[in-house]
Design a protein around this ligand. Structure first.
Ligand SMILES: [Ca+2]
Length: 340
């Protein structure tokens, strides 16, 4: 008879008796997972004097055709119960859960040089094993290795660094956790800042034209903000991205890509995408302008053609039927037809 003792992995399936061999289908009780499990088969003999023998235990993985036979010798039992088992890893298609990275650091701030001890031992993988730890200390130095559960690192220069731990499980799945390390003193608390102006101009060199945008960043009181990183992009005639840091006047200059022989009216547009400075908030809603456009000039000449003009008699309005002709001239200077 079959006994349901034995814990989580005791057989609890349908059984079929054929020629003294019992076939069990326990697919329904397979535990999802990739680890090796121990599968038990027990026999319980209820009476003294007529012992039962557990001859063999074979486990067949129907999905792969693999058959494993218990290596234990046959077991005989009289008025007792015995168990035999097989350790096996079923290849069940279950989604892997990525490991969870947990990072701690001591200390998280101090003056340079600052030695920080990192501990990733709180990281875990619910359905497997973490096989790799990668430490990125945020200052262009990286440490990795299977023994990298803890790491030490010395920060030589001041700044705010994002130290990151990435853990990887045996299937290659990974996740990361980060902690900020402050080396040196805290920066002055910042305020709100916005774009007060984008001054556009065009610069020509031979047949090439590019646009210049001077972006000015000020605080809420209108005072220039230096050290702010301005991110922006060009559109229209060119499509390039730029970033730069404001000077003491709160200004940073951007230059578009060059365009060769642009047609009249070719527009260069610069858009500020973001402004960032540690401790400061970019208040885009306060921007005087966020986007500015400058086009290559096109000259419009209006030419009035009058039927006749007699000095003695001013022409009556009905006789004066002006014909308007508009002539367009293209860029560049000098102005066409104008004597220099
Ligand atoms: Ca896993």
């Amino acid at each position: 008879m079959f006994n349901l003792h034995g814990g989580e992995y005791a057989f609890d399936g349908t059984t079929t008796a054929c020629d003294g061999t019992f076939v069990l289908d326990f697919t329904d009780i397979l535990t999802p997972g990739i680890a090796i499990k121990r599968y038990y088969l027990g026999v319980f003999d209820s009476r003294t004097g007529d012992p039962a023998t557990l001859l063999s235990f074979a486990l067949k993985d129907v999905s792969t055709g693999i058959e494993v036979v218990s290596t234990q010798p046959s077991l005989t039992v009289d008025a007792d119960e015995v168990y035999t088992w097989i350790d096996y890893q079923f290849d069940i298609d279950v989604p892997n859960h990525p490991p969870q990275a947990v990072i701690s650091a001591t200390p998280t701030s101090g003056s340079a040089p600052l030695t920080v001890y990192f501990d990733g031992s709180g990281s875990y993988d619910s359905d497997g094993t973490i096989v790799k730890h990668i430490w990125n200390f945020g200052d262009n130095s990286i440490y990795s290795g299977i023994d990298g559960i803890t790491a030490g690192h010395t920060y030589e220069v001041e700044g705010l660094f994002c130290a990151k731990l990435t853990v990887t499980d045996e299937t290659g799945a990974s996740s990361a956790a980060a902690v900020f390390i402050r080396v040196g003193s805290e920066p002055e608390p910042g305020g709100e800042m916005h774009v007060s102006a984008i001054d556009m101009s065009l610069k020509e060199a031979g047949p090439n034209v590019n646009a210049i945008a001077v972006v000015t960043i000020v605080d809420a009181s209108g005072a220039p903000v230096s050290g702010a990183t301005v991110y922006g992009h060009w559109s229209g005639a060119t499509s390039d991205s730029d970033s730069g840091i404001t000077d003491d006047n709160g200004q940073v200059t951007f230059k578009s890509d060059r365009v060769k022989n642009p047609s009249p009216g070719t527009a260069f547009t610069f858009t500020v995408d973001n402004v960032a400075k540690e401790g400061w908030t970019y208040d885009e809603s306060a921007n005087v302008e966020t986007r500015s456009r400058r086009a290559t000039p096109s000259y419009t000449v209006k030419l009035l053609l009058l039927p006749s003009l007699r000095r003695s008699t001013p022409p009556s309005s009905d006789r004066l039927t002006p014909v308007l002709a508009i002539l367009r001239f293209g860029y560049l200077s000098p102005c066409p037809g104008r004597s220099m």
